[in-house]
Write a protein that binds this ligand. Structure first.
Ligand code: FES
Length: 290
């Protein structure tokens, strides 16, 4: 498939046009951290609202009319159909424009795009989720997905870290997972902070300390590239084979539609071939640029 063909993979076409977004309305906005917001939205078209499905790990192209379009994962779970969610870190023109929008504003949505977390492979396994900062966004879609079919999976461990307590996103999820007796939750921040009595340390070293068992397990990792790069060897040291380690490299995407050529790692384009990959696949890229 040519790189530019990716936008044709959308199964929900607006008026049969791959470039035309569906109109969606923002229904709620959650301030996660000073620079990160989660937007809840629904499609204006009632039929689409009912029919739309996606898989955890997939992403959408969100547009602010008159400003531009950017890719973000769908951070809600496909098992919870009341509305859809995506989280945005203020960083550039489109993300700043999104942050200026209020409840009731209309945005454009195209998608879902990309592959997804391999539920068939994960079923029956003990799951270890390792996330840093806004990297929890795609993982929380999968975590709620798994929790909503709890009997199909083994133990669930979640290791989540951020620079400081204020930089932890989805605190309401973390609270719910802490209360869930079937989930082992570990939270950490990079350095000591006033009032913080929890773990202090980077996600990879806390993962090493928590030492989740690799037996019948899979680890699903997402966070800043540096966190991902340091977490993989820790998991390998703990006995996880590269096939047992899964990540999403969505942070590398810029246009998300195969146009800009900025997401490539060797011959692989994250937006075209991913964004979900196993560490075994990443090793085969023959590039340490991930
Ligand atoms: S080509 Fe632009 S993000 Fe992949």
């Amino acid at each position: 498939m040519a790189i530019s063909d990716i936008s044709h993979r959308n199964r929900y076409l607006a008026e049969g046009n791959v470039y035309l977004p569906h109109i969606a309305v923002i229904e709620n906005i959650v301030d996660e951290t000073p620079g990160i917001r989660t937007f809840h939205f629904n499609f204006k078209d009632e039929k689409l609202r009912e029919e739309f499905t996606f898989e955890s790990g997939q992403f959408g192209e969100y547009s602010v009319f008159g400003t531009g379009e950017a890719p973000f994962c769908i951070s809600s779970s496909p098992t919870r159909r009341d509305h859809l969610e995506f989280a945005v870190q203020r960083a550039g023109r489109v993300t700043n424009a999104l942050h200026r929008l209020g409840v009731g504003a209309e945005i454009g949505f195209r998608g879902p795009f990309g592959n997804s977390f391999p539920l068939n492979y994960l079923r029956g396994k003990n799951l270890v989720f390792v996330a840093g900062g806004i990297g929890m966004a795609p993982l929380r879609s999968l975590i709620w997905n798994v929790i909503d079919s709890r009997d199909k999976y083994g133990d669930i461990s979640i290791i989540y870290g951020a620079r400081s307590p204020d930089d932890l996103c989805f605190k309401y999820d973390v609270e719910a997972w802490e209360k869930d007796t079937t989930v082992k939750m570990t939270i950490t921040v990079d350095r000591e902070a006033e009032g913080w009595t929890g773990n202090v340390g980077f996600v990879p070293s806390v993962t090493e300390k928590v030492a989740p068992s690799a037996k019948d397990a899979a680890a699903i990792v997402c966070g800043p590239p540096v966190m991902i790069r340091f977490t993989f060897p820790v998991l390998e040291k703990l006995g996880f084979a590269p096939e047992q380690i899964i990540t999403t490299l969505e942070k590398r995407m810029k246009c998300g539609i195969g146009k800009c050529g900025r997401c490539n790692i060797g011959d692989v384009y994250v937006c075209r071939d991913g964004p979900v990959f196993s560490f075994a696949q990443i090793k085969a890229f023959n590039s340490d640029e991930y």
